[in-house]
Design a protein around this ligand. Structure first.
Ligand code: LLP
Length: 422
């Protein structure tokens, strides 16, 4: 199957497009910095997951935190996706975008408040992924108050090492996430008969941007073993939640997404052979990262000693991944010009040395006024943006089958100052 690469240069003029829509035209309409997403690729990626697991009962619960734009949630819900949320705020986003999908929500997160739990119980979500014994107690107490039975899965920590950035690795005992898998059996036994709680499943999430399928398989094997032990003890779980974490290639164009999902699905399914309950999956990045770009304008090209700085109107407050995780994002000119490739730092206007998108990077020639696109910015881009330096957050555009529409207008200074009192 030919998979789409949304951001490509149009022939013969050679300007960068999202699908068939020229980015220059979008910038004329909506300004910079501008997030642009391909709806077609997001839908295609969801389809890859759904096809890879078609042979078994499953539900793809998109991790809302990766990109929580209402229009994207609606797009995914319409194609049968559920959602993995980590806050009451994300629950409200699902409610607003696709109220019919509330019953397909799983609620993860290491510190849920009573108010958030109440909101989710009332919304009738599918399950709570519970991260501690204290949270189980809290969930039972809230369910009791609301005279209902809450479905839960323990999020276990399988103690599996996954090669990724330390800030986004979660599956080792030393991490704050989950319940030690060796404790889980006893906890299920202790809580199984509770009137206000129903043991629905078990969940796991070992980290993010994991490129190899092996750690997923290893984690699932440990989880499956636990499920078998529980079954032997008379506790039959309905679902296993495999979490998210499947990584992408931020460096290049030879990424075969379909093969990656197939490899991942094979590892997960192999480890779960014999389990015929429901499989939940929580991909975030894989569905949206490569569907998005951040388009920025070059303000200045500044030479200082041996360095050349390309200063753009986007900054770390718009896309913090390079500053926070030393993450790599390809940067390309929107309209290529002739000339030599230069080694430059691409930086923003924020008053921090950490405000960079690339350091000592070979960049095609750009001049002040040119547009550049930071690729693979669809996940953990806009959602991690801030107003640092009192900068207004970018607008967002969704391109679907050749048509572009604004899905979030650019923030105004009035928006920003509204909550403040003098
Ligand atoms: N499920 C749970 C419980 C999670 O904690 C996460 C991500 C996901 C699913 C989705 O993982 P994904 O498929 O997107 O890898 N800000 C970082 C990534 C943080 C990931 C946090 N948890 C970044 O920009 O790389």
């Amino acid at each position: 199957m030919a998979l789409s690469r949304p951001f490509q240069y149009a022939q013969p003029k050679g300007a960068l497009c999202c699908g068939s829509v020229a980015l220059e035209g979008l910038v004329r309409r909506f300004g910079t910095p501008l997030y642009v997403y391909s709806a077609d690729q997001i839908v295609e990626r969801l389809g890859l997951f759904q096809q890879a697991f078609a042979g078994r009962e499953h539900l793809v619960c998109y991790a809302v935190k990766a990109n929580s734009a209402l229009a994207i949630l609606k797009l995914l819900a319409a194609r049968g996706a559920g959602f993995d949320i980590v806050s009451g705020g994300e629950l409200e986003r699902v409610r607003k975008a696709a109220p019919e999908a509330l019953s397909r929500v799983v609620f993860s997160g290491v510190g849920k408040t009573a108010a958030e739990i109440d909101l989710a119980i009332a919304a009738g979500i599918l399950e709570f992924n519970v991260e501690s014994e204290a949270e189980l107690e809290l969930l039972a107490a809230r369910a009791r108050r609301m005279k209902t039975r809450a479905r839960f899965a323990l999020r276990v920590n399988p103690d599996v090492f996954a090669e990724t950035h330390p800030y986004i690795s979660t599956g080792l005992r030393e991490h704050k996430f989950g319940i030690d898998i060796r404790r889980a059996l006893a906890l299920y036994k202790q809580w199984a008969g509770n009137r206000w709680l129903q043991a629905q499943g078990v969940s796991v999430h070992i980290g993010s941007q994991i490129r190899s399928a092996d750690p997923f398989g290893a984690a699932m094997e440990r989880v499956h073993k636990l499920v078998r032990q529980l079954a032997a003890a008379g506790i039959a779980l309905r679902s296993i939640d495999a979490g998210g974490g499947l990584g992408i290639d931020y460096h290049g164009c030879s990424f075969d997404a379909a093969a990656k999902v197939d490899e991942y699905a094979a590892a997960v399914q192999q480890a779960l052979k014999g389990f015929d309950g429901m499989l939940l999956l929580e991909p975030g990045r894989f569905l949206v990262a490569q569907a998005g770009a951040l388009v920025a304008r070059v303000l200045q090209v500044k030479r200082s000693g041996s360095k050349t700085f390309v200063i753009t109107d986007a900054a770390m407050n718009d896309l913090i991944r390079p500053a926070l995780y030393q993450a790599h994002h390809e940067i390309v000119p929107v309209t290529p010009r002739r000339g030599r490739v230069r080694v430059v730092d691409v930086v923003g206007p924020v008053c921090e040395s950490g405000d960079f998108f690339a350091r000592d990077r070979k960049l095609a020639p750009v001049e002040p006024g040119d547009l550049v696109a930071l690729l693979d910015a669809g996940a953990y881009g806009m959602v991690q943006s801030s107003n640092y330096n009192t900068r207004l957050r970018p607008a967002e555009v969704l391109v679907e089958r050749g048509k572009a529409r604004l899905i979030r207008r650019r923030e105004t200074i009035e928006d920003l100052l509204a909550p403040e009192l003098v």
